[in-house]
Design a protein around this ligand. Structure first.
Ligand code: PAF
Length: 285
C-alpha cells in the first residue's frame, strides 16, 4: 500500500530521513481527481528526483464563494491507486483545518503577473494558489517541483514567487497533456455534457490555427478578434479572453516577432470554464 499522511510532523519526519540519506526530493501539488496530465507530472518528477511527494488538497482559498469548491470532483481512493501504480513515494493529504488556522491572515501576492488574464475574472485565485503553494513548499521542502503548462499563468506566478522569496526549489514546467482530439486534460472536463465535450476540442484547434497565422507575421489585434468570433461560432457560450502575450512577462504583444509569444485563452461552455494556451514560434509558422 502507498504511504499517505495528513500529519505534518509525520511528513517532516519522512522528509528529514530522506534528506539525511542525501536523496533528492520531487514534489507535485494537485487538487486530486487525477488524470493522465497529473500522472505525466508525477512521472516527470520521478525522472528528476529520488523520492516523489504528491499532495492532494482542494484549496478553498483559490475559489471565490460563487465558484465550484463544493462540487469540485473528488476521488481519493482512485487517486491513491493511480499514484501507487506510478511509484509515488508519499501522498500528503492535508485537511482545511490542518492547512489554515481559523484566523489565517498571511497571504502571498505576486503582483503584476497575477493581475491580467485569469486574474481579471478570478481576482482571488492567484493569491490563494501562491499562498497554498508557498505553504506546501515550506512543508515538503522539495528540491524540484513540477507544474503543468496548461495552467500557464499559474506556472509563471509560481516561478516568480520562488525567485522573489529565495526558495531553493527548481520549478519545472511540463507540456500540456491532451485527449486524442486535442482537448487539454483537466479535472473540470468532467463537468462537460456530451454535446459540450464535442465542442470543447475546438478551443485547441482555433488556438493552434491562430498561433500559426501569428507566427507567419499577422497582426495580433485582427487575429485575436477573428479567434474570438471563431470560438463563438464553434459553440462556446462566452470568450473571456484570447490574448497574445510575452511567454515570460505576460506583457501584451502586437506581433509575434516582438518576442517569445504565448497565445492564451479562457472560454465558457455552459457552466464550465476552460483554459488553454499554445506557444507562438515565428520559425514554425
Ligand atoms: O493546479 C492546481 O491543481 C492547483 O492550483 C495547485 C497548484 C495544486 C494549488 O492548489
Amino acid at each position: 500500500m502507498i504511504a499517505t499522511t495528513g500529519d505534518l510532523e509525520e511528513l517532516r519526519r519522512q522528509i528529514g530521513l530522506w534528506r539525511g540519506d542525501g536523496l533528492k526530493i520531487g514534489f507535485v501539488p494537485t487538487m486530486g481527481y487525477l488524470h493522465d496530465g497529473h500522472l505525466a507530472l508525477v512521472r516527470r518528477a520521478l525522472a528528476l528526483a529520488d523520492r516523489v511527494v504528491v499532495s492532494i488538497f482542494v484549496n478553498p482559498t483559490q475559489f471565490a464563494p460563487h465558484e465550484d469548491f463544493e462540487r469540485y470532483p473528488r476521488d481519493e481512493r482512485g487517486d491513491l491507486a493511480k499514484l501507487e501504480r506510478e511509484g509515488t513515494h508519499l501522498v500528503y493529504l492535508p485537511t482545511r483545518e490542518t492547512m489554515y488556522f481559523p484566523d489565517h491572515a498571511t497571504w502571498v501576492t505576486v503582483e503584476g503577473l497575477s493581475e491580467g488574464l485569469c486574474g481579471i475574472t478570478r481576482p482571488h485565485f492567484f493569491r490563494g494558489v501562491a499562498t497554498v503553494v508557498t505553504k506546501l513548499f515550506n512543508r515538503v521542502q522539495p528540491d524540484v517541483a513540477v507544474f503543468g503548462e496548461k495552467d500557464y499563468q499559474q506556472l509563471l506566478v509560481v516561478r516568480r514567487l520562488v525567485r522573489d522569496l529565495d526558495l531553493p526549489i527548481e520549478i519545472v514546467g511540463h507540456p500540456t497533456v491532451r485527449e486524442p482530439d486535442g482537448l487539454a486534460m483537466s479535472s473540470r472536463n468532467a463537468y462537460l455534457s456530451a454535446e459540450e465535450r464535442r465542442i470543447a476540442p475546438a478551443l485547441f484547434r482555433i488556438l493552434r490555427e491562430t498561433a500559426a497565422r501569428l507566427a507567419r507575421g499577422a497582426e495580433a489585434a485582427a487575429e485575436l478578434e477573428a479567434a474570438r468570433q471563431a470560438l463563438l461560432e464553434a459553440g462556446f457560450t462566452r470568450v473571456e479572453y484570447v490574448e497574445l502575450r510575452h511567454a515570460e512577462t505576460l506583457a501584451p504583444l502586437e506581433r509575434a516577432s516582438e518576442g517569445e509569444g504565448r497565445l492564451l485563452a479562457a472560454v465558457h461552455l455552459g457552466g464550465t470554464r476552460l483554459i488553454d494556451n499554445v506557444p507562438v514560434r515565428p520559425d514554425e509558422g
